[in-house]
Design a binder for this molecule. Structure first.
Ligand code: PMP
Length: 455
């Protein structure tokens, strides 16, 4: 498609592109890995080296794997017919995808389209705020979020972010967002038997402290992703749901990472039998074949914006230019069809369980492995310098493990590495098509890397 020499591409990139999450000084003199092709679970760099991608495109996105011609065909067909049109009349793939999606989400009924996870979360925040103004005279505007959760990069989404290193130097943040404690049992904050319920009770304590008449919603990840792959303990979610009901607090589940199969169910919240008022999603919705994100809500919430139609303020006064792109829902429709056709939810559960077993074996073998945890094909391995004190390993050592895996042709990730006291958790999230052989190769590479770095 392009006939440029790769060194020209790198030169153009270094001259003009400002990369995400990158300190550019060392980057200027580095020899960056340029990924140019993907097929299935593998990618190739410009030098022809093949990697097993255990992070689905770096940030848990390419759920159905690379090189899916049926998605490319669906998008192409739609683009040449109609690429874009904004407004209230909708689009054919937008309508059809929303119908299919809602079939997978009993109790929910309306899909609001936008472009990124951050934006989907902002839509829910705006709906909560507007409800507070319409229904509660401007009270109940506060939104709770949990320590270690992440909800996006825009200023309001960042204000709902429980990882302080993300918002340092970006203040002043948006007021009205209040933190509740994390629920990672490995790093206990309460010495009790039923840890899940205790951690959820901490939410009630915050609601009571702030005043129940001021709290409109709580936004939570089903399994915390970038904050260290935290699977809430037994009893947590049931109690959260009770608390939300008791204080009339809307429950917003951020499925930007867990959504569309990652944890072995269509959505992470579906493991726990809870009934959210908002579900936001992005990455896996079209597996990165097109940009699409959604904020999904109930008919009850939707109806609140429909009553009093004579009032000029009484509708959701929000638009996303590229929410009108048709490539997103066209790709998303085929992405869902692939997951169904190929039984990828079942595969995710089976391979996730297998991977967890293999990681447990690593824990028996390497003292540096403090904890392993996960759900479906979303797994974490927390590294500690000392199992007794749970002191995290140095960030550069965790990075070295990632590099040593890369040297063996396996790409893995690491979360939460920049502040002392925060954990260093190796992160695995391969495409949902992963096989036992792939899992063996991934865990085998980590095994070798841990030996090389820690002995
Ligand atoms: N929520 C969660 C849980 C995420 O992990 C992310 C991104 N990593 C976002 C929201 C923001 O998504 P985006 O980068 O598409 O804005």
């Amino acid at each position: 498609m392009y006939d440029n020499d790769i060194s020209d591409v790198v030169a153009a990139d270094k001259a003009h592109v400002w990369h995400h999450l990158t300190q550019h000084k060392p980057f200027e003199t580095s020899d960056p890995r340029v990924i140019v092709e993907g097929k299935g679970i593998h990618v190739w760099d410009a030098k022809g080296t093949r990697y097993l991608d255990a992070v689905s495109g770096g940030v848990w996105t390419v759920n159905v794997g690379y090189g899916r011609e049926s998605i490319a065909d669906a998008v192409r067909e739609q683009l040449v017919k109609l690429n874009y049109f904004a407004g209230s009349a909708g689009s054919i793939p937008g309508a059809l995808f929303s119908e299919k999606l809602i079939e997978k989400m009993p109790g929910l009924s309306r899909v609001y389209y936008c472009n990124s996870g951050s934006e989907a979360n902002e839509k829910a925040f705006k709906m909560v705020r507007q409800i507070a103004h319409k229904r509660y005279g401007g009270k109940k505007t506060k939104i709770l979020f949990r320590e270690r959760d992440y909800h996006g990069t825009t200023i309001a989404a960042l204000s709902a972010c429980g990882q302080p290193e993300r918002h340092m130097q970006y203040g002043p943040l948006t007021p009205g967002f209040v933190e509740v404690p994390h629920c990672l049992e490995y790093r206990k904050q309460w010495d009790v038997e039923n840890y899940g319920e205790r951690a959820a009770d901490a939410i009630e304590e915050v609601i009571l402290r702030e005043g129940p008449d001021t709290v409109g919603a709580i936004c939570l990840e089903p399994v915390t992703a970038g904050g260290g792959v935290i699977v809430p303990p037994k009893g947590y979610w049931e109690r959260v749901q009770e608390i939300c009901k008791k204080y009339d607090v809307l429950l917003h589940i951020d499925e930007v990472v867990c959504g569309v199969g990652r944890t072995g169910t269509w959505f992470g919240y579906q493991h726990y039998g809870i009934k959210p008022d908002f579900v936001t999603m992005a990455k896996g919705v079209a597996s990165g074949y097109a940009a699409i994100a959604c904020c999904v809500t109930t008919e009850e919430v939707f109806n609140l914006f429909k009553d009093d139609a004579e009032d000029p303020l009484n509708y959701f006064r929000d638009i996303s230019t590229f929410g009108g792109c048709t490539a997103g829902p066209a790709a998303a429709l085929e992405n869902l069809a692939i997951i169904e056709r190929e039984g990828l939810l079942e595969n995710t559960t089976a391979m996730g369980d297998y991977c967890l077993e293999k990681l447990e074996e690593l824990k028996d073998k390497h003292a540096v492995v403090g904890d392993v945890r996960g759900k479906g094909l979303f797994l974490g391995t927390e590294l500690v310098a000392d199992r007794g004190t749970k002191e995290p390993v140095a960030e550069k050592l965790a990075q070295k493990v990632v590099a040593e895996c890369g040297a063996q042709g396996v790409m893995i990730g690491v979360t939460n590495r920049s502040l002392p006291g925060f954990n260093n958790t190796l992160c695995l999230s391969p495409a949902l098509i992963a096989t036992k052989d792939n899992i063996d190769e991934i865990v085998g590479a980590i095994d070798v890397a841990l030996t090389r770095v820690f002995g």
